[in-house]
Unconditional design. Structure first.
Lengths: 519, 519
């Protein structure tokens, strides 16, 4: 195992003239020697702003080579980057910043108004401006500072030192920071070499936002001296154009984005002949859509990936040969595949007893890519990380041939457009409305988004919520509290919730009732 | 990182119905579930014969699935298998057995007369007979005992426990046992996934003998649920027939065997369309022969591998894309490639100072695949394993792009037909002849064998060695002391050795004198 700093050192020594980054914004490609040089200077820039080994620093930036440089500068010097989900509401971002006390907040100029909201709400983090537009900092922007900084020697981290902090929605209404160590991330990079059939001449187009663990699927390429390009905003045209421009060979898409691209009808307008392989995951995809994807991208191999932020992120993969077998018939296209090397899976019953093949229960995993826990959340860490095993909260079964099938999400997470939405978080927002007596949030099937957020509400007697304007009022209410992608799109107002003998709302009953009802 | 026991557990869980072994001798293919079942029972058989965790047991067997079962049974139960080079002279084998005190000696019936020599020389190891011919043991042979044994639970080894002991020629005239841990071997398996582009549907034909570290190049396939077949004796027809029969996709050949196969002219007589990739290595191969290999195996990718037993074994690889570039021109085909993931290389001068790119010096390496040292040889271990770095004894240089070029072998090793011959060992045998006053052994280029062993001799005045019969007399003398492949094929009798001011024989001068002289 090697640290992420050593991954950089290796690339510099072994692949100095290989391309590391192809900037979509224009300009020449950056070699690995050039990229590591930038990373060393970025570390110098961070140090000049007071960031030292062990410190955290936050980044709000769309996909961009400059964010890649800053994240790798953290790896280089032993400081911990925290890329922030810019789709969160400002109050949610403020909550995260309060928790991690970052030494610095790097903000892309694109997010100037978001930064303005944070600052006017009283935040005092030192700012580093990425880009030169609307710069309120009155100091050099990141690139100017980087180019003026000396190459920093950095610091050698241990394998079990934190490398990255990624936030994921919390079941208790607050998001949690997942601590990923150098070992965790490098291990998953090694584990994905074979499933991705990664090669030195691969170029990955990073479509998933860099605050998401899916961005880590680029590690195998960095280990081999492959290249990266970063797509800031997804439209199907921008995506296809970027593949054509960069000659990308590999990308990861959520089913939602794959389906949008196919539906756009624009695939034939671009030269995407460089594409060898598309990984997809983070949500189930109907076999009918897998078939359509195969037809829409002839000659491109598909790999399904299943994992969680807590597993850096991939636990299982379903490779192209398994897709081919599944396209012939049988149930294999509904499987999320088999564990990557070094990952062990168990299926447990509610009492924590291991179940045999075929039985459904909680998916429990261990391996070198499994996080040690959440940042500053000992209780939530203890609840799911036990005796070296991570309890995913997902329900699944293993078949006799070792394939994993996902059945349900014990944790009550809804995956909409590749984003995780924890129902508890949305329910907390709904309960904050004075007329909401009871609220339960579930995911319902949606062909484009995978799942859509549906809220079941018991309103106060006589409330105006039970009217045509009720949904709009609740949507406006939620928007002030949680990120737009978490706000329910569908509402059902009922008289009383179905409940267990213990008084717990029976979500299973609500799901049965509303999952087939496309209302 | 996972132990080799866990590799078996993973294969059993994840790939139970995949083929693990295709027996060349006939009979049905063995699945991974079936293979691991056999390994468990083999462990039971070993235990019934007194082998426990921590014990060593020796094996004398050509390439065979039964040897693979026994080796893996060792991994399973934490006992250390020691596959023995059956090309060694009986006195050399006896010396190895004296050193390791094995609990058991498993012998293939093919080697009955060799075993007989060992026994009649007074050896008392308990024997386990592999096969049923000429069985002197009077007890069940391995397979009968295995099938009658219960499945053994084995024992979980630590990553840093010894897994395998492989003997390699010694510069002091005795071979040394290289201790390879679970971590060492599993690490190299992971490191080779990408260079070999290994896949689940790969089948490796094991041509290199299993007592050689080259056999470990099968580990990546085992990690992915791929398959193995074992070729007991090499002829080009047997090799090509085995590829056809097993539909092998991958193999490792020494340049000698590659050249013999091409020269046989028989490639077109077999269906070898399944072959995707040939790894070659353990000796330099002239670019002209690389070209002929590419022509002789159309559609097959080549990977050059460089390493040593002490590095489990691969340090660097030159992939197919680099071959393609090299075939276009330039010097790349003379490079042994770049380090696998996790390996760091240094070029040191004689004082142990690190040299810059371009300078020639000793190749020094570290990484998770580097052995901790030799069995029971603290001084020789201390001489080459220092501060976590292994001093290979090979001379090379790194270029500006990170490619390694081998220049010479500081250790005075001759590689003939893929076998290592340490000149000191051969010289010791020569000095044992009463008429040899001085002896120096060097390698000279040989198109088929890579290098041939040439002995330069200063004979006693008036000795009959300096006659037409001299070479035959020395060959017969050497055959009694060392394995046939080490015996010199060429002799030069001279009056006096060229020597340094310190009185040391100048092998560099002898090489200059005789390397171009094909006499």
């Amino acid at each position: 195992m090697i640290t992420l700093r050593e991954v950089l050192g290796r690339a510099e020594r072994c692949f100095p003239t290989n391309t590391a980054v192809v900037p979509l914004a224009g300009g020449p490609a950056v070699t690995w020697a050039g990229f590591v040089g930038r990373v060393r200077r970025a570390a110098g820039a961070l140090r000049s702003l007071g960031v030292e080994a062990g410190d955290r620093f936050a980044i709000i930036c769309r996909n961009d080579p400059r964010q890649a440089e800053l994240i790798h500068a953290g790896y280089w010097m032993g400081a911990v980057p925290v890329p922030i989900n810019y789709r969160l509401a400002p109050v949610e971002i403020a909550d995260i910043l309060d928790g991690i006390s970052p030494r610095l907040l790097a903000v892309e100029d694109h997010w100037a108004s978001l930064a303005g909201e944070l600052v006017s709400a009283g935040r005092r983090e030192r700012l580093l401006w990425i880009g030169s537009d609307n710069n309120p900092v009155g100091e050099p922007d990141y690139e100017t500072l980087r180019d003026a900084s000396p190459e920093d020697e950095g610091r050698a981290s241990g394998l079990d030192d934190d490398a990255l902090l990624l936030f994921t929605g919390g079941t208790t209404g607050r998001s949690k920071g997942v601590r990923l160590t150098h070992r965790n991330i490098a291990a998953n990079g090694l584990q994905l070499l074979a499933p991705f059939r990664a090669a030195e001449d691969d170029l990955m187009l990073h479509v998933a936002p860099m605050f998401h663990s899916a961005d880590l699927l680029g590690t195998p390429l960095s280990l081999l001296g492959g290249a990266h390009a970063y797509l800031p905003d997804f439209t199907s045209e921008a995506f296809l154009g970027a593949v054509q421009k960069t000659r990308a060979t590999f990308t990861l898409l959520t089913p939602t984005l794959l389906i949008r691209t196919i539906r756009s009808g624009g695939i034939g307008d671009f030269d995407i002949s460089s594409l060898r392989r598309i990984a997809y995951g983070s949500a189930p995809m109907d076999p009918a859509w897998i078939r359509r994807t195969v037809e829409a991208f002839p000659g491109v191999e598909l790999v399904h990936c299943y994992g969680l932020t807590e597993t850096s992120p991939i636990l299982t993969t379903l490779g192209w040969n398994q897709h081919l077998a599944g396209l012939e018939g049988g149930d294999r296209l509904r499987s999320v595949g088999r564990p990557v090397i070094g990952v062990e899976l168990r299926i447990d019953d509610d009492g924590g007893n291991r179940l045999p093949a075929g039985a459904a229960g909680e998916i429990v995993a261990r391996g070198p890519n499994v996080s040690g826990g959440y940042f500053d959340r000992p209780e939530e860490t203890a609840a799911v990380f036990r005796d070296g095993w991570f309890h995913t909260g997902d329900v699944g079964r293993l078949d006799e041939e070792g394939y994993l099938y996902l059945l349900d999400r014990k944790k009550d997470v809804i995956i909409t457009g590749g984003e995780n939405v924890w129902s508890a978080e949305v329910e907390t927002a709904l309960y904050a409305h004075p007329d909401v007596v009871e609220a339960a949030v579930i995911g319902v099937p949606d062909e484009v988004w995978g799942e859509a957020v549906l809220a079941v509400i018991v309103a106060a007697p006589g409330s105006s919520l039970v009217s045509e304007d009720g949904p709009d009022a609740l949507i406006a209410h939620c928007r002030r509290l949680i990120g737009g992608y978490k706000v329910p799109r569908q509402f059902r107002f009922i008289e009383a919730m179905p409940k267990s003998a213990m008084g717990k709302i029976l979500k299973s009953e609500l799901r049965r009732r509303y999952r087939l009802d496309r209302g």
